[in-house]
Design a binder for this molecule. Sequence first.
Ligand code: GLU
Length: 430
Amino acid sequence: MSSGQLESDEETEEESTEESAVAMAREQLSRAAENVDVDPGVVERLKHPTKVLRTSVPVERDDGTVEVFTGYRAQHDNVRGPYKGGLRYHPDVSESECVGLAMWMTWKCAVMDLPFGGAKGGVVVDPKELSEDERERLTRRFAEEIRDFVAPTKDIPAPDMGTDAQTMAWFMDAYSMQEGETVPGIVTGKPPLVGGSYGREEAPGRSVAIVAREAADYYDMPIDGLTVAVQGFGSVGANAARLLDDWGADVVAVSDVTGGVYDPDGLDTHAIPAHAEQPEAVANSAGATTLSNEDLLELDVDVLVPAAVGNVLTEANAEEVDASIVVEGANGPTTTAADRILTERDVPVFPDILANAGGVTVSYFEWLQDINRRQWDIDRVREELEEAMLSAFDDVQSAHETHDVTWRDAAYVVALDRVGQAKSTRGLWP
Ligand code: GLU
């Protein structure tokens, strides 16, 4: 465990040029506190994580050498229920990033009214540089290193950037082997064959599409012919783009890390390979003009969906954003400065903690299915997700109207109000 590490991580050279997730999360919390009747002591507590575990993860490479990776699990708050949040495998994983992302999970679960708190973890590694066997050994060893920190009623990991259903199956197997029994509820986002939920994989993209549809409706833009640009064609971006396309929108541009494609008449999103189908193949899709990721963010469209990585809408390009509304598919795609500029320019931004919350919502459904040992069919998952998203959208819409604040601030108001009330009801441990 370390807490001193947080400060030093925040001051690395990389993060002095890019706003850190924890700095963004704290700024957003302070803004929300201005509109919520909440004890300042509670707000102070919520600026900090409960605990952070930092661990070394030794892995035997295929050539027999041993490499030691660094892993983290940050637990932010559990007043409303067990800690919940993903595990990411990415070279930029850091302690402060995990803490910031864990804070966002607390708000995301609260805005959806799920009985969970917030956590996030990960390993500093580029998973593309590991073979499948190496990824399996890394996951099993990491599961072992954090086993005392997690449990189905304590802290429940899930997939995030660089991890997937297979990663969760290995994690659950490693944990279960030591317990001497199968414990499906230890993680969510598993394959449906071993206790996962149908519809979990598509869920974050589906919720982005639902929020985009509701947001467009709120601003009187019909879904039929709604022009949409989506940055990122992984699970979130591809599922969101394809659903919006199916519902009648014109998805005019999509991209992945190598670049994008553009067709003002609307692309056939089902014909463009998503990352899981064929990685980094978007820009080579036949029959469309190519464009860069930077240009995609500045297209004149009704809806812009940044669904790739964090910090893509910044002070440098926020003036150039020409979309009528922004719906955040990734976690933290808009820096605080960009958010301010977009607000000044009257471009509504529908925040990550609402828009991509379908992932953790179906994780909650999965957890319930694991406890009950009874799987739901895909129709039930989709119906319950639709209902949960509409109800959260309604709550955020009324905070937006009542407090006359941005959609992001409104989502934080809803979340902080719920967390703050839970804290004052339970009281502070003496
Ligand atoms: N990693 C996802 C997120 O950022 C899902 C977390 C979960 O299902 O616990 O929302």
